[in-house]
Design a protein around this ligand. Structure first.
Ligand code: ZN
Length: 236
């Protein structure tokens, strides 16, 4: 049991926290979700373009059908006139008959065009159905990815909370000045800010024979600083 056990524990806990934060930031689902969202966006844009073409066909078909309805009404009116008893001259009757025949020819022509529009709509409807299928597929995949991400984030955050609590209690066992020194050095030396002298190596980077000698001669249960880099060396 060294006076510096709590400091070493603090260092280990900080390392754990960094690793957990690194895992949290690097969860692969995050990139996969971003990619899925881009795909969903492009699928939606593509669907809107197809829907635009479908709407155009629908508009043309509606115009043709309205025209057909108008002609049908006109034919009914002309028939009423022809057979209503108002037309007496054979010449007028012939003119009306011709007019009705001409209207009906025009109507048939329009009806053919309506059928053409219906036929043109078929592949576009198939495109829409396929587009909807892809959109639903991507949405389901995104849902699954978001759920998986949430689950992993939850697990890591729970671990982080536990380690943070442990860190708080380790912090209570270390002298404030020492904590400050450790924290100043930490960004430079990471998980090896505090090292324990093992009888052979003090600072892993600056272990000259003179430095080794200094470590060997130091009181046990004391703390040295590497004169080169400031790393803290616990003499057990
Ligand atoms: Zn050093």
């Amino acid at each position: 049991m060294s006076r510096f056990d709590a400091l070493l524990a603090l260092q280990d806990l900080d390392t754990s926290i960094e690793q957990l934060e690194h895992r949290l930031a690097g969860l692969p689902e995050r990139a996969q979700i971003a990619e899925g969202e881009r795909l969903a966006e492009s699928l939606a844009a593509n669907r809107a373009e197809v829907q635009g073409r479908r709407d155009d066909i629908q508009r043309v078909q509606k115009r043709l059908e309205d025209e057909v309805a108008m002609i049908e009404a006109k034919v009914v009116a002309e028939n009423d006139k022809l057979y209503g008893g108002g037309v007496t001259s054979p010449k007028d009757a012939q003119a009306l008959t011709d007019e009705i025949a001409s209207l009906k020819r025009h109507q048939e022509h329009l009806e053919d065009q309506v059928i053409e529009q219906m036929e043109a709509a078929e592949p576009v409807d198939a495109e829409l159905a396929s587009s909807d299928g892809s959109i639903a597929e991507v949405a389901a995949r995104l849902d699954a990815l978001r759920a998986a991400l949430g689950e992993q984030e939850g697990e890591i955050n729970a671990e982080l909370a536990t380690v943070q609590t442990e860190r708080e209690s380790a912090l209570g066992g270390v002298d404030e000045e020492l904590v400050a020194k450790y924290q100043r050095m930490r960004p430079r030396h990471d998980a090896a800010t505090v090292v324990v002298f093992d009888g052979k190596v003090g600072c892993p980077l600056h272990s000259s024979s003179m430095e080794l000698d200094r470590c060997k001669k130091a009181d046990s249960d004391s703390l040295l600083e590497c004169p080169e880099c400031g790393r803290l060396i616990v003499i057990p």
